[in-house]
Each structure stands twice: as structure tokens, then as C-alpha cells.
Design a protein around this ligand. Structure first.
Ligand SMILES: [Zn+2]
Length: 478
């Protein structure tokens, strides 16, 4: 039996507001435990929440950037449950009437030239985050840090439009990029400011009805999302092919073992007894405010990609790769400003820079090689001071040491040899050393020409100007 997967994603994005969603405490990450707390976010009786206007503004920004409908009227509800990281005994969240509905984002279709697929967004709602528990393995203790309690979150729920693990990762990348371009979430998956749960089911290919789904949690990188979903889809196939039935349950991804496991201990089928929070008035949004926010929206990834293809005349593929991250697109533009040959800059960034960053598991923000240095190196290449081959060495050296191109070229004596007399001498030596090959070449083995070029380059440690070597060799071999 052939199956197709049906995947829907729930993203939690932590907003970059200065203060929490219902109190004035700092929402910053990484402070000493329980220092960003007050009676409101620790749930002291009689304290009253007050909605953070900035958090609403950020939510509206995302709604507009994803073509969602902003509800003129939405409600905050209490989601009741007990857990030690939630001192109030309920989480304030939007439930029946969310802030925004019916949006979408476009993801690239792999191996097509600019093909796009629309993934629907069911809803975007605002809620508060819970605290964090730390379990001491050695002692029978757990600790709770309430700094995160009340930090504003957006929950972004997609339609079940996703069919493959790769599409899921693409959807997450696009969503994260939009959040970053809007400047409302840093998108850091490791620190948990961008988290994702997935609903996964499979059905016979061509069928319209949904299969029983499982919820997969604990995936904290794009790679883990892809691996976890691929595993879960295979697992469900085996269950069905073996004559069994998929059980609706929450499963945790275990990155060490590379498997998903049914979650134990926590109740399934919660009844949260949602009801409107009596301490908060309904959220009524002035349409004029929405229009003001719309006018102030920054350039978004797709618009920037289009601008790059027009303004810099680079292929759509290149523009797509470079604009996937705001920081990378900024890096690119900075570099082009110093060295206005856009396609060449794109090639070096997409090739060498991204490769080295990937090897180091670094983001471009942490690149030890600033855009000015890349531009400087390209300038040296253009002026014929270094060859393309040496440029590769210089690039790696710049990346390793953080030094500029000119400095490295000087230090290591990498200046290209364009002195015809010096190169002629080297050519003559090479031909002297390979007399048999020279004879073979003269009797018709044309292919040996490349061999001679290679030997001259080797003798000069790659510093010879290749064009000049070609010319001199031709003269000597005729
Ligand atoms: Zn507080």
C-alpha cells in the first residue's frame, strides 16, 4: 500500500517585547533564576493582569505578514491545569476567539525553478509562556525558574497542508524568517524562543479522509523536525501494514536514539475547562491601528528576494538562498556595497562562506569573516593581485584568523606572479624535467598541455597567473 503523510504544525514563537505580556517584568532570556518576577506573573491572589500593547502590535504584524484576517474582537481565556511551572493554576491564552485566522505562507517546491506551495495558517493567537523546571539528577529535587512565566508567545497553527518532512522544515524556515524580518522573534530554536510540535497522520495515497494522528514533541532543530517526522511516518506505516491501528497519543522525539516514544505520565485528552478570563477585557482592535501597522511593515523575505533578482540581476535560486535569513541578506548587501559585482559575491557567499559556517555550526551573525573582508579579497582578485585558486586559500585563512585579505596576502607572500621573465624560467625548468612528456605532446598527445600547466602551478605554489602560464607554454611548445 502506498501512503501519504498529512502534517500540521504548531509553532510557539516568543515575542521580543521588553516586558512580559501581563506585567512590567523584563522578558529577557538568561537572567539569574526568579529575578524577573512579580505578584502578577507568579500568580499571587488578588493581582491583576494588564495586557502589553506591544505584544498585540507584534501579533498584528505577523497576522498581516501572513495575509491573515485580524479579528476586530478577540478574547483571552483561562486554560486550567496544574503543573509546578505554572503557579496560577491556569495559563492565559486565546481560545475560542483568536487574534487572527485564515492566513498562509508560501514555501518553495524543491527541484523546481521558483515553484511555490501555499500552506494555510488556521489561526494565530496570543498566550503567556509557563516557567521552567530543572531536575537534579543526583538529588531528589526539582527547581523552578519563573522568569519565563508570562513571557508573550504567539501560537501559529498551520492547516494540515504539509505532506513531507522536508516541507515541514521548509514551512518552519519560512515562518521563522518572516518573524525575524518583522523583528518580533529571534527564532532561536536552541533557547526555545521558536518551538514546534507536529500533528502527523498517514492515509492511502489518493484518499481524502484523515488517518488517526499522533502529536510529536521535543524537536529543537530543523534537522530534528525532519528526522522525527520521517521516523514517525515510517512507524505509522509499519503499524498499518502489520494490520494494527495508530493510537492517538503524544510522542516525544528522542534525538539520541532517533525514535519517537509515547509520552508517559501526562494525561492525554485534557479537559482544560477554558473560560474567558474575568480579569481581562475583550481585545477590541481599532482598524486604523491595523492600517498604521500595515504601513510600517518592513520588507519581507519574498519582497526582498524579488528585489534582489531585479536590482542585482542574480538568479532566483541565489536570491532565494540568500534571503532565507535576514542576517545573510544583510551580509550580502553590505558586501555588494563594497564590491559591486553581485553574482560573484553571491557565489562566494553561497559556496565557501555557507560551507564553512555549516562545518562550524555557526549562523552568519557569528561569522568571523565580515562582509568588508570578502569584498576586499574580491577586489584583490579583480586587480589580478591574487589568482582565483589563491583566493580560496585566502578566504579560509580570513575565516580562520579574522584578518583582512591584504594582510594575509602580504604575510604569506601570496601575490600572484605576473612577471613574464620569472614565469618563463619556471616553464623552461618544468619542460626540462618532463622531456618524455614534451616529446609525447609534440607527437600529438594534446591532453598533456593541462599537465604542464599543472606542473607550473605546482612549482609556484599556485601563485602563477594562469593566463600568462598558458601563453608562455604555448610559445615554448610550438
Ligand atoms: Zn511579573
Amino acid at each position: 500500500m502506498e501512503y501519504e503523510a498529512v502534517i500540521g504544525l504548531e509553532v510557539h514563537a516568543q515575542l521580543l517585547t521588553e516586558s512580559k505580556i501581563f506585567c512590567g517584568c523584563s522578558a529577557a532570556f538568561g537572567a539569574a533564576y526568579n529575578t524577573h518576577t512579580c505578584p502578577v506573573c507568579t500568580g499571587m491572589p488578588g493581582s491583576l493582569p494588564v495586557l502589553n500593547r506591544k505584544a498585540v502590535e507584534f501579533a498584528i504584524k505577523l497576522a498581516l505578514a501572513t495575509d491573515s484576517h485580524v479579528a476586530p474582537f478577540s478574547l483571552f481565556a483561562r486554560k486550567n491545569y496544574f503543573y509546578p511551572d505554572l503557579p496560577k493554576g491556569y495559563q492565559i491564552s486565546q481560545y475560542e476567539l483568536p487574534l487572527a485566522t485564515n492566513g498562509s505562507v508560501e514555501i518553495p517546491i524543491p527541484r523546481t525553478d521558483g515553484g511555490k506551495k501555499r500552506v494555510g495558517i488556521t489561526r494565530i493567537h496570543m498566550e503567556e509562556d509557563a516557567g521552567k523546571l530543572f531536575h537534579d539528577e543526583a538529588k531528589p529535587f526539582s527547581y523552578v525558574d519563573l522568569n519565563r512565566t508570562g513571557v508573550p508567545l504567539l501560537e501559529i497553527v498551520s492547516e494540515p497542508d504539509i505532506r513531507t518532512p522536508q516541507e515541514a522544515a521548509d514551512y518552519l524556515r519560512v515562518t521563522r524568517t518572516i518573524l525575524q524580518y518583522l523583528g518580533i522573534c529571534d527564532g532561536n530554536m536552541e533557547e526555545g524562543s521558536f518551538r514546534c510540535d507536529a500533528n502527523v497522520s498517514i492515509r492511502p495515497t489518493g484518499s481524502e479522509t484523515f488517518g488517526t494522528r499522533t502529536e510529536v514533541k521535543n524537536m529543537n532543530s530543523f534537522r530534528h523536525v525532519e528526522r522525527a517526522l520521517a521516523y514517525e511516518i515510517e512507524r505509522q506505516k509499519k503499524v498499518l501494514d502489520g494490520g494494527g491501528a495508530v493510537v492517538q497519543e503524544t510522542r516525544l522525539w528522542d534525538p539520541q536514539q532517533g525514535i519517537t516514544e509515547a509520552m508517559r505520565g501526562k494525561e492525554e485528552a485534557h479537559d482544560y475547562r477554558y473560560f474567558p478570563d474575568p480579569d481581562l477585557v475583550p481585545l477590541a482592535i481599532d482598524p486604523q491601528w491595523i492600517e498604521e501597522i500595515r504601513k510600517g511593515l518592513p520588507e519581507l523575505p519574498l519582497q526582498r528576494k524579488e528585489r534582489f533578482t531585479k536590482e542585482y540581476q542574480i538568479p532566483e535560486y541565489d536570491a532565494g538562498v540568500i534571503t532565507t535569513s535576514k542576517a545573510l541578506a544583510d551580509y550580502y548587501e553590505e558586501c555588494v556595497r563594497f564590491f559591486p559585482e553581485p553574482k560573484q559575491v553571491a557565489n562566494w557567499i553561497m559556496g565557501d562562506l555557507l560551507r564553512l559556517l555549516k562545518e562550524d555550526e555557526k549562523e552568519v551573525e557569528a561569522s568571523p569573516l565580515p562582509p568588508q573582508h570578502l569584498a576586499e579579497m574580491l577586489g584583490l582578485m579583480k586587480d589580478g593581485i591574487i589568482s582565483g585558486k589563491i583566493a580560496k586559500t585566502v578566504f579560509e585563512e580570513m575565516y580562520k584568523t579574522g584578518k583582512g585579505a591584504t594582510e594575509i596576502v602580504k604575510e604569506q607572500g601570496l601575490v600572484q606572479i605576473t612577471d613574464e621573465d620569472a614565469l618563463t624560467k619556471t616553464v623552461e625548468e618544468v619542460l626540462q624535467n618532463y622531456q618524455n612528456e614534451v616529446a609525447a605532446y609534440k607527437s600529438g598527445k594534446d591532453k598533456l598541455f593541462g599537465f604542464f600547466v599543472g606542473q607550473v602551478m605546482k612549482a609556484t605554489q599556485g601563485k602563477a597567473n594562469p593566463q600568462l602560464v598558458n601563453e608562455i607554454l604555448k610559445k615554448h611548445l610550438h
